[in-house]
Write a protein of this length. Structure first.
Length: 305
């Protein structure tokens, strides 16, 4: 079922247009992520301007889209339970980030990987729907946004980008966003003739120490194929061998001490780890699943993380 079409996006709300476009691109293959992209856009738009008639009309129609999706996917745990939805969005954002990072480190520079980096940063924005970002996710967002701008500008200027984490320099993603905001946006979605994005608050620190989880591989249904006019050929991404973490031997013999009393917060954290593990298994990410299950088990047995 197609989501109801939106009216033209008011200029005041142009900062949410890329999240809305991402939602439309993911409607068929990742409807849960698309739903939360729209929810983020809705919440952000309400904070920006919910009083002027054009913004109120737009946000009302966006709310209708969300209600229609909630009704359509009402039996999906990732929609009805935020903790499951958070894990689902986070895993998809990280997989998209890792796909782009793998391409980058292999020296495979093309528009698809640029878009993957930037889309990953947008999806990390969406995670703020569930609460404050973790330090690691905030770092991934800054790095992905900067990498997208850096590689885009290098290719535009005929330069060869340097793969992997390097010293970051302030960049604007305005040119890349102007290019993305053209005819690729189907009618009925938010558009703006002055579509630009300024990468705000991007640090100039060196990112050589950025942590990339092991066993990274491209998720199913990564973004659009490499455009034919880029002159870049890219081999099919094969999953890297996964480094499965060893099970902590102490968990085999650990027993709950009599005085250990789990709080409601402990049970909530244990449930969160189990949900993260289940979501990771959807992407065949055994390493992440094992790590989260071990965290849950340790917390339940010892009362400590």
């Amino acid at each position: 079922m197609a989501a109801p079409a939106l009216p033209p996006l008011p200029p005041q709300l142009k900062s949410i247009q890329h999240h809305l476009r991402t939602a439309q691109e993911l409607d068929k293959r990742e409807p849960v992520v698309a739903y939360y992209c729209r929810l983020y856009a809705m919440q952000t738009g309400m904070k920006i301007d919910s009083k002027t008639p054009e913004c109120r009309k737009f946000l009302s129609k966006l709310m209708d889209q969300l209600e229609a999706m909630k009704k359509q996917f009402g039996d999906n745990e990732a929609i009805t339970q935020e903790i499951v939805g958070s894990a689902h969005v986070e895993n998809y954002a990280l997989k998209m980030f890792l796909y782009a990072d793998n391409e980058d480190r292999a020296g495979q520079f093309h528009k698809n990987m640029i878009k993957s980096f930037y889309t990953a940063s947008l999806l990390i924005d969406v995670l703020t729907v569930f609460g404050e970002l973790s330090e690691e996710n905030a770092q991934h967002r800054k790095y992905a946004r900067w990498k997208a701008a850096y590689i885009h500008n290098c290719l535009k200027n005929g330069e060869t980008p340097q793969p992997g984490p390097i010293g970051m320099e302030g960049e604007s993603f305005a040119d890349a966003e102007r290019e993305e905001a053209g005819s690729s946006v189907p009618s009925g979605t938010a558009q703006s003739s002055s579509s630009t994005y300024e990468a705000n608050n991007i640090p100039t620190s060196n990112y050589t120490g950025i942590h990339i989880p092991p066993g990274a591989h491209a998720p199913a249904n990564t973004p659009a194929e490499v455009p034919h006019n880029t002159g870049v050929t890219s081999n099919t991404i094969q999953p890297a061998p996964q480094n499965i973490p060893l099970v902590d031997p102490s968990l085999y013999s650990a027993q709950s001490a009599g005085e250990v009393r789990l709080t409601p917060e402990d049970f909530a954290r244990a449930q969160k780890y189990c949900k993260y593990a289940g979501s990771a298994l959807q992407y065949e990410d055994v390493s992440t699943a094992v790590q989260n299950l071990q965290k849950a088990l340790k917390l339940l047995i010892t009362g400590r993380e």
